[in-house]
Design a protein around this ligand. Structure first.
Ligand code: SAH
Length: 485
């Protein structure tokens, strides 16, 4: 019965309900203990019991049927756990349960289970259950360990406090949206701080104050824009703050380069609007995006404007800020890992290196004219990081060669940096044009020029099998083929 499709996660209320455990050993004892903990009326069926179970039976915490298992033991049961070491007997229990439509867990045999018992992190009344669908209990326990360390020990106290105040908050705010925001404020502000630090009285006082404040301050319910950098692509490179605000927004306006994996962090009921612009294609214009953003925030929405990389580096974040400032609307800006930093890191290229490069120029290959883009003779010790303009790499190389840069100046192109399909092309200024064409380099790609670009070959650590060294048009080699030869 191991399911390959999704399982429904439910929390069962077993208080006073009859549950059966078949088996009398330590595993059966553990399962019986969990069921008793949930308030179930537990019957253990086994010819003999280990010490723990025997004690429980003696005190009346469980009922003991000192018999071999028979399907009639399942009469009136809500669920059953088969925990014997006899596989055939376990299968018999599973079959009897199936015939009676009773949920059955067979210890260590997911193929016989119609329910599984997850790994659990408890912060009563908050319970976090983790399942690997029966495939890999070790992974479930590993995740449990991570969650145990992340979730504050006193979360339960905060949840209890919230539960006690729920009706009052509901009565105070008619709109669900306002209530939700209020509770988010409670979780992020002084109420949570006091509660999680073990100061329940001060937490309660802070909650009372907050409720009074929120009822008189309309600001608490007004919209806000979050201009958030989503990073270069890989979801784990989004900042924690960015993720928090994304999870809070009612509307998300996102760019083309922002992947689905990152959008998953948005609220389930958030409205997701793609405002992606793509070079050379008709699409929504920047002024239209600015207007949409202003309109949404004015209407009271919290809008997350999610942009690839960093919003303030070739992200047109500045223009959106202009529009928001002009309209007198509140906003926050969250930085993102910009492509130049991300690509350099994931290609093993230091942007500065003591004694080698001391300055970094972030520039664009997008504009027609090179006048304002710094594409002249590179000062010694400079790394040039060029965004966009893949279609113009040949032209850019020409401009740089004509400006007097060495033909052998190292160049690295990082295509789809930080994503699993990242490719790094290591070449020289003289051969950049040929490499771009021969290897069909595509956007998004970042061009890094300067002495340290050559280190990409030696320092390759991410997707090293897709580091291509292009020195001689007849001799483009990937790192792996070179190592093999
Ligand atoms: N605000 C963004 C840049 C937007 S301009 C930032 O800070 O990164 C878009 C350009 O960024 C692309 O044309 C490309 O040059 C670069 N870029 C963005 N993501 C990239 C990635 N994963 N790999 C390589 N280059 C990338």
């Amino acid at each position: 019965m191991l399911q390959t499709h999704e399982q429904l996660a439910i929390f069962a209320c077993l208080n006073g309900r009859r549950c059966v455990v078949v088996g009398g050993g330590p595993v059966a004892a553990r399962k019986a203990g969990e069921l008793v903990g949930a308030g179930a009326d537990v019957t253990v069926v086994a010819p003999k019991l280990d010490r723990v179970l025997a004690e429980r039976a003696a005190t009346g915490a469980i009922q003991w049927r000192r018999e071999a298992f028979a399907s009639t033991h399942l009469d009136d049961a809500w669920l059953v756990v088969a925990a014997t070491s006899d596989r055939e007997l376990n299968a018999g229990v599973a079959n009897a349960a199936e015939a009676r439509q009773i949920f059955c867990n067979v210890v260590d045999d997911p193929s016989l289970c119609s329910f599984i018992m997850p790994a659990v992190v408890r912060r009563d009344p908050v319970t976090i259950a983790i399942s690997s669908g029966g495939h890999a209990p070790v992974i479930a326990r590993w995740v449990k360990g991570i969650i145990e360390s992340l979730v504050p020990q006193r979360l339960g106290a905060l949840a209890t406090l919230a539960g006690e105040w729920r009706q009052r908050v509901k009565a105070a705010f008619g709109s669900i949206d306002t209530r939700r925001r209020f509770w988010e404020y409670v979780l992020e502000g002084p109420v949570a701080e006091h509660s999680l630090a073990g100061r329940p009285d001060r937490a309660e006082a802070a909650l009372e104050n907050a409720l009074a404040d929120w009822q008189t301050t309309p600001a608490a319910t007004s919209g806000e824009a979050y201009i958030v950098g989503a990073g270069p692509g890989s979801a784990d490179l989004l900042t924690l703050r960015g993720r928090q605000l994304l999870a809070q927004a009612e509307v998300v306006l996102y760019d083309r380069l922002v992947g689905d994996e990152i959008l998953q962090f948005a609220r389930r009921d958030a409205e997701l609007i793609s405002v992606g612009k793509q070079a050379g294609r008709p699409s929504i214009t920047q002024p239209q995006i600015n207007r949409l953003l202003v309109q949404l925030v004015k209407s009271g929405k919290r809008v997350c404007r999610l942009k690839g990389g960093d919003p303030m580096i070739f992200g047109r974040g500045g223009e959106e800020l202009d529009a928001l400032v002009e309209a007198g609307l509140p906003f926050q800006v969250v930085p993102g890992v910009s492509a130049a930093l991300a690509c350099a890191a994931y290609a093993g290229i230091p942007l500065t290196l003591r004694g080698v490069t001391q300055t970094v120029l972030l520039t664009t290959g997008h504009t027609e004219s090179s006048a304002n883009t710094g594409l002249g003779k590179l000062p010694g010790g400079q790394t040039l990081a060029l965004y966009m303009g893949v279609a113009r790499y040949a032209e850019i190389a020409d401009t740089l060669l004509n400006a007097g840069n060495e033909a052998t100046l190292p160049v690295a192109v990082v295509e789809r940096g930080t994503l699993p399909e990242q490719r790094v092309v290591v070449t020289t200024l003289a051969e950049l044009a040929a490499a771009t064409e021969a290897l069909a380099i595509e956007s998004p790609a970042l061009l890094l020029i300067g002495a340290t670009a050559a280190l990409a070959e030696r320092n390759a650590w991410f997707a090293p099998e897709r580091v291509v060294v292009y020195n001689d048009p007849a001799n483009a080699i990937t790192r792996t083929t070179k190592v093999a030869s």
